[in-house]
Design a protein around this ligand. Structure first.
Ligand code: IPM
Ligand code: MN
Length: 352
């Protein structure tokens, strides 16, 4: 008998529920085949809920998510809600509340997917970014003085704790070892300018590296990483970095792997509740049109299974997605797939 898992599903805003429905469809089939059970509870969290209740993240929902084994999230973002409210109130709040200190973002170009980088193919673009997910510029430290006057001062501080930096770096080394590919971990920082924060990162990186003699270490400044992700993406195996740099370089990563239609991410607390989401947003103007690619959400489901320890079932999702990409879907971009959101889900199902 396989295990039973409690999965909290948060469709969220815009096209979020549509893509999550496809992920659930695929997860149901792989779990049935593999002999474990996923029990879903749906939570009403997002812009509409906020506009109706005035409460951006109801405590009852948080309590529910807390009791689950994993959270599957669609997208957050509503055209009638001022930017920042839902992002901070829901997405970042959940990452912080559940101490999901790792944001794991694979950048993998699959066969049959277009990359804007000329002369690079799937053998060149296959790396993973480990982004710190609870500290840095996202911690919310700082403030404003004399707001609205010509003397206004705005301060936004980057918080880096030894504990936070070390656990992220250690996770990255472990991940790199487990991945067992080039066994190379690159620290992405800015030691030439951010001499307090990245001094801590750099020292901790080389301290922890002592425990991993089998892993090659490398360092690059974030601006150079951007350059090399385009020019020589084959140099990278695993990259570890802080919250802000990780946010930025993973959007670049999503583009070189074919776009938001395929980019999946995981917010991980290795000892707690993790949350899985496609990197793309809620795309309000496409809501209900069935044009959004669900592969990113489906691949988030794959990351969820991997994190739950159901590796084989996770692999069967990736294998099926790879077949769809080589045989069926014309383009991963929204509206250009040659079929609808649910048809893409069906195609994946067909290969499982
Ligand atoms: C992401 C997003 C979020 C972030 C936003 C929506 C707060 O861009 O998941 O990368 O900056 O982390
Ligand atoms: Mn981002």
């Amino acid at each position: 008998m396989g295990k039973d898992y409690k999965i909290a599903v948060v469709g969220g805003d815009g096209t979020g529920p549509e893509v999550v429905a496809e992920a659930v469809k695929v997860l149901d089939k792989v779990s049935e085949k593999a002999g474990f059970k996923l029990n879903y509870t749906h939570y009403d969290i997002g812009g509409d809920q906020y506009l109706a209740s005035g409460d951006v993240l109801p405590e009852t929902s948080v309590k529910g998510l807390e009791k689950s084994d994993a959270v599957l999230l669609g997208a957050i973002g509503h055209p009638d809600v001022k930017p920042g409210i839902l992002e901070k109130g829901i997405l970042l709040n959940l990452r912080f509340r559940f101490d999901q200190y790792i944001n794991l973002r694979p950048v993998k170009l699959y066969e049959g997917v277009y990359t804007p980088i000329k002369d690079k193919g799937p053998e060149d673009i296959d790396f993973v970014v480990v982004r710190e997910n609870t500290e840095g510029l996202y911690a919310g430290a700082g403030g404003t003085l004399k707001k609205g006057t010509s003397d206004e001062v705005a301060i936004q501080e980057s918080i880096n704790t030894k504990k936070g930096v070390e656990r992220c770096i250690r996770y990255a080394f472990e991940y790199c070892r487990k991945r067992d590919k080039a066994k190379k971990l690159t620290l992405c920082g800015k030691t030439n300018v951010l001499t307090f924060a990245f001094d801590l990162w750099e020292r901790t990186f080389y301290e922890v590296a002592e425990e991993y003699p089998d892993i090659e270490t490398d360092y690059a400044h974030v601006d150079a990483i951007c350059m090399w992700m385009v020019k020589n993406p084959e140099w990278f195996d695993v990259i570890v970095t802080d919250n802000m740099f990780g946010d930025i370089i993973t959007d670049l990563g999503a583009m070189i792997q074919g776009g938001m239609g395929i980019a999946a991410g995981a917010n991980i607390n290795p000892e707690g509740v993790s949350m899985f989401e496609p990197i793309g947003g809620s795309a309000p103007k496409y809501t209900g049109k069935g044009v959004i690619n669900p592969l990113a959400a489906i691949m988030s489901g794959q990351l969820m299974l991997e994190t739950l320890g159901e590796n084989e079932a996770g692999k069967s999702i990736e294998d099926a997605v790879m077949k769809v990409l080589t045989n069926d879907v014309k383009d991963v971009a929204a509206g250009k797939m040659g079929c609808s959101t649910s048809e893409v889900g069906d195609l994946v199902l067909g290969y499982i």
